[in-house]
Structures are given as C-alpha cells and as structure tokens.
Design a protein around this ligand. Structure first.
Ligand code: S3P
Length: 179
C-alpha cells in the first residue's frame, strides 16, 4: 500500500471507534465520518428506532450504501458500525489505499461501556443481552482480525490510540518514500 488515503476503524461496539476517530481526524487535518451518524442523517431516525421500526435488514442495507459512499472519500477517518465488517462482502469493497485498524476490546468491557452510554444500541436491549452479545463477539472476531493493524483499546485511552495510529501512518509513509 502507498500512502493511506483514509483510515478505517473497526471493532465491536464500545471499542472506541468514534472517540478515537474524533481524536485522530484533527491530528491529521482530515475529516471524520461515523457510519451510524450518516445512516441516522439519511433515514432521519436514530439507529435504535431504525432497528425497532424497520428491522436490522433495512438498517444493514442503508449501512452498506453509506459504507460505499464513505469509502470513496479521501483524507478521511471512518468509524464503522460494530457489525459492518461482519456483513458478507464488506471487506471486499475496502479500497487498497485504506489503512484499517481493529480496536480490540473484550466482550465484557464492550457491554459495560456500551450500557453506560444509555439505550442507544438495539443489540444490547432485552433479556439475555449479555449472552447474545458474547455470541456475536465470537462470530465477528475473525472479521475484525482481517484489519491490517490492531490496537488494545482497554490498555490505551482514545488520545493514546490516535497517537499510535499516527505512528502507524508515519511508518507507512516512510516505507512508501523508500519504495
Ligand atoms: C451494531 C453496532 C452499532 C450500530 C448498530 C449495530 C452492531 O455501532 O451500528 O447498533 O451490529 O454491532 P457501534 O459499534 O458504533 O455501537
């Protein structure tokens, strides 16, 4: 890969994709986009309401259109929704000049963090949420692991993670200069 044109943050809900993206974009002088936020703007409803009233399949359709549009952006930091990379075909549409980073978090911490933020995540609602979320986590791990880099989001705060991603970008740019 030559100089990365965009950064793609992937990981489970509560892994800090949005917080890290918001820290990282200004450090690069790039724009920040959040898949969920763009879905909400397009549909005119919250993710939670979209799941409840129109269902997950509808949400995934809009999310997929949003992903295609945002992956065409350059000089952009993209925070994906936690389920997007696990949808069939998602990785296949990621352009080569994209640096992908998996923010690792355990399912226990993900649930804690996400619940603290309130009733925003439909997959956490209802009886037996913990078991469901843990099962999802196991299923999705292999999809997250396809990212080029991974960072421990329990060990570092969003600012530190953004700094670490900057280092990865610098290293990649140095490499590209030498080639
Ligand atoms: C989802 C994660 C959410 C959001 C939706 C579905 C998932 O994004 O896209 O609730 O399937 O894991 P965050 O990872 O930003 O919470």
């Amino acid at each position: 890969m030559t100089n990365p044109k965009r950064i793609l943050l992937v990981g489970f809900m509560g892994s800090g994709k949005s917080s890290v993206g918001k820290e990282l974009a200004p450090l690069l002088g790039w724009r920040f986009y959040d898949f969920d936020q763009v879905v909400e703007e397009r549909v005119g409803d919250t993710v939670s309401t979209i799941f409840r009233t129109r269902g997950e399949e509808y949400f995934r359709g809009v999310e997929s259109d949003v992903a295609e549009d945002l992956l065409a952006e350059t000089s952009a930091v993209l925070a994906t929704g936690g389920g997007w990379v696990a949808q069939p075909g998602s990785w296949e549409i990621v352009p080569d000049n994209t640096m992908s980073v998996w923010l690792r978090v355990s399912s226990g911490v993900a649930i804690q963090r996400a619940s603290r933020e309130g009733p925003l995540r439909p997959l956490l609602e209802g009886e037996g949420a913990e078991g469901r979320v843990d099962a999802l986590f196991q299923i999705r791990r292999a999809s997250y692991a396809r990212a080029q880099h991974s960072l421990d989001s329990e060990r570092y705060d969003p600012h530190e993670l953004a700094e670490k991603i900057l280092e990865l970008i610098d290293r990649k740019r140095d490499q590209a200069m030498k080639e």
